[in-house]
Design a protein around this ligand. Structure first.
Ligand code: TPP
Ligand code: SF4
Length: 300
């Protein structure tokens, strides 16, 4: 079912309450409010160490209003597997088990348990919100960091290409894989709803602006996320194991053709982490973007 803007407005503010601890302009919290909010009555959340463990608050001031278990960094997919199996034994399969974690766990430290759960076809959804860094510990580089971006551990700019986690999950026979962005929330929640409706291991990666670590204006978060699509940096697609085919999502269709894309500098100039990239770094970012597109095009 396609989620409309009206559906978004009707999502009750139930999953994350006012007074959460996320920074202003946080893409992760915004995505959470809509995606988890859309299933607030039948979800169990599993949160690996991340900003989400922090912005949920604690005790009487906790802002997460859904059953939540916080796990060690690498353990979320194993914990989620156990919870889902327990729900199945109790005949409560309507309860969806969702991992909500960053790219530090999703792309690096937790990837072994993630692939393990995928391999076992556990009936869970792993959402990796990508702020491209280890956010809550000071913004260190992760395997998901864009090439050329400055982070706490790559002050001159990251030199390595991105790990293409969605393709890793496709190669490991996930049931459903999708990329999304907070700039196109209807598309994001439509994919989230589709993912939870399917049986097996599902994976979603969400472009989630992070003003303190991207050194951007919190008012620009949506603009930056939209530009990531318009410049081609963030390909938006979904892939289903049944067909083995990828489908480019509507907001992205115009930008499959490189000719239609906006210059990368429209995106990079709005962020302190990328605005002083050298010509060579920009070229590297462009080739890394092309690398992702050429992978994706093999599945169209
Ligand atoms: C094994 C282990 N190493 C390091 C840490 C410290 N730590 C906690 S959260 C975190 C960063 C998480 O980064 P990410 O997964 O990208 O989520 P974000 O903070 O960006 O939301 C780190 C390094 C830890 N908890 N466990
Ligand atoms: S550091 Fe970034 S991801 Fe973490 S709460 Fe702040 S804006 Fe969100």
């Amino acid at each position: 079912m396609k989620v409309t803007q009206k559906d978004l407005l009707n999502i009750p503010r139930k999953a994350i309450l006012k007074g959460h601890f996320a920074c202003a302009g946080c893409g992760s919290a915004l995505a959470f409010r809509h995606a988890i909010g859309s299933i607030a009555d039948n979800v169990i959340l599993v949160v690996p160490a991340s900003c989400a463990s922090v912005y949920q608050g604690g005790g009487k001031g906790a802002s997460f209003n859904v059953p939540t278990i916080n796990t060690a960094f690498a353990a979320s997919d194993a914990v989620a597997s156990g919870i889902q199996r327990a729900m199945k034994m109790k005949g409560k399969e309507d309860i969806k088990v969702v991992i909500w974690g960053g790219d530090g766990s999703g792309a690096d430290i937790g990837i072994a348990t993630e692939i393990g759960a995928c391999d076992r076809q556990e009936n869970i959804l792993h959402v990796m919100y990508s702020n491209n860094v280890y956010g809550n510990t000071g913004g260190q580089r992760s395997g998901d960091t864009m090439i050329g971006a400055k982070t706490a551990t790559t002050p001159q700019g990251n030199t390595t290409p991105r790990k293409m986690v969605p393709f890793i999950m496709m190669a490991n026979n996930a049931r459903y894989v999708a990329t999304a962005t907070v700039a196109y929330m209807e598309d994001l929640v439509t994919k989230f709803q589709k993912a939870i409706s399917l049986e097996g291991f599902k994976f979603m990666q969400i472009d989630s602006p992070c003003p303190p670590n991207w050194r951007s204006d919190s008012a620009d978060s949506i603009k930056i996320a939209r530009l990531a699509v318009q410049t081609g940096i963030w390909p938006l697609f979904e892939w289903n194991r049944d067909t083995g085919k990828a489908v480019i999502s509507r907001p992205n269709q115009k930008y499959v053709d490189k000719e239609n894309r906006l210059p990368l500098t429209d995106w990079s100039s709005l962020q302190g982490r990328t605005k002083s990239m050298t010509k060579e770094q920009l070229q590297n970012l462009e080739s890394d973007t092309e690398r992702q597109w050429s992978f994706l095009k093999k599945f169209l």
